[in-house]
Design a protein around this ligand. Structure first.
Ligand code: SAM
Length: 350
């Protein structure tokens, strides 16, 4: 903005601690306006900004950005020409980023503004994994020659709608086999040059690198922080990271696992459609053979059977663990034998 000979008017949406506003002020912005929707957080920001000596430089408005007014005597005296904002979660759009950026461009920003971050890319990688599948899909319990089969509505249920976030780098590499390369499925343009869709679908034809059941879709995203895309903030796991030897530890943005709606087994070399969809706040994924019409739901699938609502993913994994079930049955058998033994004793001998 300085190079363009313009005054620098910064807006920080979702200021949280006030950190980004304070950085903008320190770097010499002419004006800095910060807004925060969550009142207790706004109170924290107000104290932090004052204690750091920026109270006269940063104007804090304890409001959601979509409620801000612009004009003389209003929340912002003029539209800003730099937006700096961090309104992302592990799912990228779960905090409402699409609506927040869209509204900001319509109401709060100048047309030739600079937006930090400028773009986001969302990546997926399809895998086969007994361990991961068992965190979601209810499987038969097999002990010796007996098999207990879950009712159809449970075994075919798509699972919990909530995000399954975790640190993929902590998943041992020998517990899953990749079926595809990492693929970019969505690109979000926050610069305002093109409109951000509130709903979108991507269908990619992917050649399977290995054979197996299609059990899960790993997802992560990166941000292109500047308009020239020189500074990349990547949330990729180590094996897909652009700088694997220089990664930041992050516990608020992890990676996520999604479970495909369809149950598909593929052979190496098969061509498979990877279907990705998002609405304003969430993502869901499915797979289909090339020749088959996909049956990916138009709306975010929800658990119909109730089991995925009753049990968390870790608990589901325990219930599906064949070794654990075998051990459990052996212990139960011993207890029953003991009880039977005891119950056949005359009361006087006990
Ligand atoms: C992840 S935090 C941002 C952290 C912040 N940048 C910092 O340095 O501390 C996101 C914050 O944005 C707020 N937020 C999300 N969307 C918002 C919006 N549209 N308007 C105002 N605040 C918003 C949330 O309440 C939350 O405090």
């Amino acid at each position: 903005m300085r190079q363009r000979g313009q005054a620098v008017h910064v807006l920080d949406i979702g200021t949280g601690t006030g950190l980004l506003s304070m950085m903008a002020a320190k770097l010499g912005a002419d004006t800095v306006y910060a807004c925060e929707a969550f009142k207790p957080m706004a109170e924290c920001a107000s104290k932090i900004i004052a204690e750091n000596g920026f109270a006269d430089k940063i104007k804090l408005v304890p409001k959601r950005s979509t409620d801000l007014t612009v004009g003389q005597g209003k929340d912002l005296p003029r539209r800003a020409n730099i937006l700096v904002t961090e309104v992302f979660d592990t799912e990228l759009i779960g905090e409402g980023a699409i609506g927040t950026f869209t509204h900001a461009h319509k109401q709060l920003l100048e047309e030739d503004c600079i937006v930090i971050p400028s773009y986001a890319n969302l990546y997926v990688q399809v895998v086969t994994s007994d361990l991961v599948r068992r965190w979601n899909r209810v499987e038969d319990i097999v002990v010796n020659d007996s098999r207990v089969t879950a009712p159809d509505e449970i075994s075919s249920c798509g699972g919990a709608p909530s995000l399954h976030d975790l640190q993929l780098d902590q998943l041992p590499m020998d517990t899953f086999t990749v079926l595809t390369e990492p693929k970019r499925v969505f690109r979000f343009d926050f610069t305002g040059k093109t409109s951000l869709p509130f709903e979108n679908t991507s269908i990619l034809d992917c050649t399977m690198k290995n054979s197996g059941s299609v059990d899960a879709v790993f997802m992560w995203w990166d941000l292109e922080m500047d308009p020239d895309s020189e500074i990349i903030l990547s949330c990729a796991p180590r094996w897909a990271h652009p700088t694997p030897d220089n990664m930041q530890w992050r516990d608020h943005w992890m990676q996520a696992i999604y479970y495909p709606y369809s149950q598909l087994t593929v052979a190496k070399g098969d061509s498979v459609k990877v279907i990705s969809k998002h609405d304003e706040y969430s993502l869901w994924f499915d797979v289909a053979m090339d020749t088959v019409k996909d049956n990916c739901p138009e709306e975010h699938p929800i658990c119909r059977c109730g089991a995925h609502i009753s049990y968390g993913r870790a608990r589901m994994g325990m219930l599906n663990d064949p070794d654990r079930n075998k051990l459990y049955m052996e212990i139960l058998r011993k207890v029953f034998i003991y009880l039977l033994d005891v119950s056949t004793q005359p009361v006087t001998s006990l």
